[in-house]
Design a protein around this ligand. Structure first.
Ligand code: AMP
Length: 399
């Protein structure tokens, strides 16, 4: 079956058409600046020329119409008609406590997703707009919602509750939810498969290090803790997000800089992380790695703090699971930045981690990057959230 995977942001739409029979990506692309001047469609059919064109997209419905049109275009398309698309899988950021797994979309589901908008005001409304637009244009095609939060719903109470008045949890559902769940689930299951061991018998730590970054602890095939919280701001130091800080710092900054709460939140979300720590050198690890190697003190400071925080979470999750069998690195930084993996593993002597420098310098494939006598294995596993969404969609349709 051919599955269209849609990931809708407020002004962007990423898509991939995947043949679930052989799990090949047939085409992928991106709509940018939806609803703005200079909207842009990028389209790349497998094995064909990538094309990029400026074309008006007043709203998401128009963006999806253009995507469907280009997929069936006789010259560059990859399907003859839209009837060939058997299902659509939508990434939805927040499923709250309502969704502990993916679901087929109907009106009840849409209302329940809407009820989670409060928890993810930047993301969920955009995801819903994408679903609405697709349902308008493909009314007879089954659709699934795959939630970023769902995989983490197995966390025990002691891991997901904050030390706040319990009434806030009761009334407002303030708790740890965690994000990147589709990636944590895909990578941890893949690690077990690559090691040839039952998923249910392993203690796995997944470090999803991208522009947004999170760590999760997966014990016996279930997530038991993760570093992002009510929102994606908690946990690791990220590209531009602060991660964990003393909450009293908010009031302190507001007072010193004469800022309102919203402005302080913008500082924490957009001006902090490795960007802020590097004194605005860059949020991109390609620049930071280069700076680090050249001895730039701003880059060195940011990279060291980033890696230290990752190592600290690995230690915490090793304790939470009473041990760890395998540590996995994934996403843009985790898959590509050998320096980051080296520095993080440098803290893991107590786990008997011995890095294989040659394996660690490779890229783009599933790899064990520790030596055969390393007491704990470390792996690099490229994530593939789109494929995971397509698999979930097919599983729901053909249980
Ligand atoms: P993601 O959010 O998973 O798409 O990751 C994006 C981030 O990955 C970028 O902002 C970079 O910091 C990082 N990245 C991508 N390619 C490389 C690379 N070749 N070397 C180091 N970092 C990279």
């Amino acid at each position: 079956m051919k599955v269209l995977v849609i990931n809708c942001g407020s002004s962007t739409l990423k898509f991939q058409l995947i043949d679930s029979d052989d799990e090949r990506c047939l085409a992928k692309g991106l709509c940018e600046r939806i609803g703005m001047e200079g909207a842009m469609l990028t389209y790349a059919p497998a094995g064909g020329e990538k094309e990029k064109k400026e074309t008006p997209m007043p709203d998401h419905t128009e963006a999806i119409r253009l995507v469907l049109e280009i997929l069936v275009n006789p010259a560059t398309g990859v399907v003859k008609s839209l009837d060939e698309i058997g299902a659509v899988g939508h990434r939805v950021v927040h499923g709250g406590e309502e969704f502990a797994g993916s679901v087929l979309i109907d009106d009840r589901v849409l209302n329940a997703v809407k009820a989670c908008n409060d928890l993810a005001p930047l993301h969920n409304p955009a995801n819903l707009i994408g679903i609405d637009a697709c349902r308008k244009l493909m009314p007879d095609t089954p659709m699934a919602a795959v939630f970023d939060t769902a995989f983490h719903q197995t966390m025990p109470e002691e891991a997901y509750l904050y030390g706040l008045p319990y009434d806030y949890y009761r009334r407002y559902k303030i708790r740890r939810y965690g994000f990147h769940g589709t990636s944590h689930s895909y990578v941890s299951a893949k690690a077990a498969q690559l090691l040839g061991k039952p998923y249910e018998d392993l203690k796995i730590i997944v470090c999803h290090l991208g522009n947004g970054a999170s760590v999760s602890a997966v014990k016996d095939g279930k997530c038991v803790d993760t570093s992002m919280g009510l929102t994606p701001l908690e946990g690791l130091i990220m590209g531009t997000r602060s991660g964990d800080i003393d909450p009293a710092i908010l009031e302190f900054i507001a007072h010193k800089e004469n800022l309102g709460l919203e402005e302080v939140m913008t500082v924490l979300n957009k001006k902090s992380g490795v960007l802020g720590l590097s004194d605005n050198l860059s949020s991109d690890f390609r620049d930071l790695e280069e700076g680090y190697r050249k001895g730039d003190e701003n880059a060195i400071r940011a990279v060291r703090a980033f890696c230290y925080r990752v190592a600290k979470y690995i230690g915490a999750y090793t304790a939470a699971m009473n041990g760890v069998d395998v540590i996995c690195f994934t996403a843009g930084v985790g898959e590509n930045a050998a320096l980051v993996r080296t520095l993080v593993c440098g803290y893991l002597g107590y786990l008997g981690v011995k890095l294989d420098q040659e394996a660690n310098s490779k890229r783009g494939e599933d790899l064990v990057i520790t030596t055969p006598d390393s007491a704990t294995k470390v792996m690099v596993i490229p994530t593939n959230e789109e494929l995971a969404i397509a698999r979930e969609t097919v599983r729901l349709l053909h249980p």
